[in-house]
Design a protein around this ligand. Structure first.
Ligand SMILES: *Cc1c(COP(=O)(O)O)cnc(C)c1O
Length: 401
């Protein structure tokens, strides 16, 4: 059976070239980068080269790149770290209602600690309004955190404009760029960001490694205290092999990303067009300013979880909205924020494409999907909520007789 992995927003396979680069750092070059003898300095050197590759990919200086355990830690460090370091200046934070939980949950926790958070609404395509954001800025606003692109519906936010406003008003600006770094150009200068989150395993690097870009001069407090590694912002012996792999992934992305993005856009649009031919379906998120690899389609009268299972039987790996929200039966906060009704959020399906996906994969999905949708609609538990569907079904039946 054909196997089609289309869940690259949840994680990506490690590129074989990345794996090769990592290997020596497990068994041969295992020194602790903090040790002074030459053997350990090899590890230190490899780590610093990786830092430069990450810096090059986002147009920063390597001294502004802090290695962490991944996107979640970077988001936590950015938000809590800036909040605590600047609390004398103010306790107000602005973010959006469609952020990843790695941003939303630290914000909610900070509210319990006495901070105030404004969660900006988004429009029906998932865009934050720059005007609305400007209106919400107060004298005590210390941080704005808006994601570069949304992991569920692919919306690319107007980061440059937001960054410009934040800069003018002297407010720190963080962006979660986990879904964009290595996929589309990211430039911390153009975007006017002070802090930017990256994750290794979303860009063909290993899991458990990431980075936070911290602009020089940013007031920030560490979350993890110890030996003072990573410019005192993240103590603990560094994940050298992971960092080396992450660096290699950044080097490859810098070289291959433009071509790959063009290829993915074609696959993406063909998948969108094909899926929308299925009756009673719609696209979640925008047509333009959308991640090159994101397809999110809603189907009426259907449950996403059963769609996932049915597709799984055919070797197709997709997702409902996001991997985190699919574990609970709570409707996706992103799909709710763009105005979908609960039953519509449950009928949404996300395909996120990647390096190994081909035209044949898209053909295969478009062959399997209509049949699966058709079959599930016949046994839909939502049928009762949709009087119109019952009517439509009845009409179809009578035509056949
Ligand atoms: C995956 C993801 C994260 C979390 O990154 P991890 O490295 O898995 O902790 C954060 N933000 C976004 C937008 C993501 O897609």
């Amino acid at each position: 059976m054909r196997r089609v992995y289309m869940d690259h927003a949840a994680t990506t396979p490690v590129d074989p070239r990345v794996m090769e680069a990592m290997k020596p750092f497990f068994s041969e070059k295992y020194g602790n980068p903090s040790s002074l003898y030459s053997f350990a300095q090899e590890a230190k050197k490899a780590m610093e080269e990786a830092r430069e590759k990450i810096a090059d990919l986002i147009n920063s200086s390597s001294s502004e790149v802090i290695f962490t355990s991944g996107g979640t830690e970077s988001d936590n460090l950015a938000i809590k770290g800036v909040a605590f370091a600047n609390k004398k200046k103010g306790k107000h934070i602005i973010t959006s209602s469609i952020e990843h939980h790695a941003v939303l949950h630290p914000c909610e926790w900070l509210e319990k600690m006495g901070f105030e958070v404004t969660y900006l609404p988004v429009d029906n395509k998932g865009f934050v309004s720059v005007d609305k954001l400007e209106e919400e800025i107060r004298n005590d606003t210390i941080l704005i955190s808006i994601m570069h692109a949304n992991n569920e519906i692919g919306t690319i936010e107007p980061i440059e404009e937001i960054g410009k406003i934040a800069k003018e008003r002297g407010i720190y600006f963080h962006t979660d760029a986990v879904q964009t770094v290595g996929k589309i150009p990211v430039d911390v200068e153009k975007m006017n960001v002070d802090l930017l989150t990256i994750s290794g395993h979303k860009m063909y690097g290993p899991k458990g490694v990431g980075a936070l870009y911290v602009r020089k001069g940013t007031k920030i407090t560490p979350l993890i205290h110890g030996g003072g590694h990573e410019r005192n912002l993240r103590s603990g012996t560094e994940n050298v092999s992971g960092i080396v792999g992450f660096g290699k992934a950044a080097e490859l992305a810098a070289r291959e990303m433009d071509k790959e993005a063009k290829r993915l856009v074609k696959l993406r649009d063909r998948l969108i067009e094909g899926a929308l031919k299925i009756e009673n379906s719609w696209l979640n998120g925008p047509r333009k300013r959308r991640l090159p690899n994101n397809v999110n389609i809603g189907f009426k009268f259907i449950e996403g979880e059963s769609l996932i299972l049915e597709l799984d039987f055919s070797g197709i790996y997709a997702n409902t909205g996001s991997a985190c929200s699919s574990k609970s039966l709570k409707p996706s906060h992103v799909l709710t924020a763009i105005g979908l009704r609960p039953e519509e959020t449950h009928g949404s399906l996300r395909f996120t494409l990647g390096k190994q996906n081909s035209d044949e994969d898209v053909d295969y999905v478009l062959e399997v999907l209509p049949n699966v949708v058709e079959r599930l609609r016949r046994i839909s538990p939502f049928k009762k909520d949709f009087g119109e569907y019952e009517e439509a079904l009845a009409k179809e039946q009578s035509h056949k007789h």
